[in-house]
Ligand binder design. Structure first.
Ligand SMILES: [Mg+2]
Length: 115
């Protein structure tokens, strides 16, 4: 089973993202701050990381830089999850080392089409 790490300080968003990833077949581990997220990224051998950008304390860009600078975690794909949708802000995510980004609010994934 593929493992996803969700780093997100908002518990509701964390819950939504975790459920979505579980529906897609991932085992999900979570962290609600950057420090814990970096630690889990290095220790947990996950296949993908969803990274909130705006978090108190260590923000998502700094957490991404730390994950990228550690040999244990530097190859893990990181998707930024952010409300900051301007080109400037999104480019900052890429410069920090994120592979790509998804902009909040998200469109939920449904297993069957809604009628
Ligand atoms: Mg946040």
């Amino acid at each position: 089973m593929k493992k996803a790490l969700v780093i997100e300080d908002n518990p509701d968003v964390l819950d939504v993202l975790s459920r979505q990833l579980e529906m897609l077949g991932f085992a999900v581990i979570t962290a609600n701050n950057g420090v814990d997220g970096v630690e889990k990224a290095i220790g947990e051998k996950c296949d993908i990381i969803l990274m909130d950008i705006m978090m108190p304390g260590m923000d998502g860009r700094e957490a991404t830089r730390r994950i990228r600078s550690n040999p244990m975690s530097k190859e893990i794909p990181i998707l930024a999850t952010t409300v900051l949708f301007t080109e400037l802000e999104l480019n900052k995510c890429i410069e920090a080392g994120c592979n790509d980004y998804i902009v909040k609010p998200f469109t939920p994934y449904h297993r069957t089409p809604c009628t």
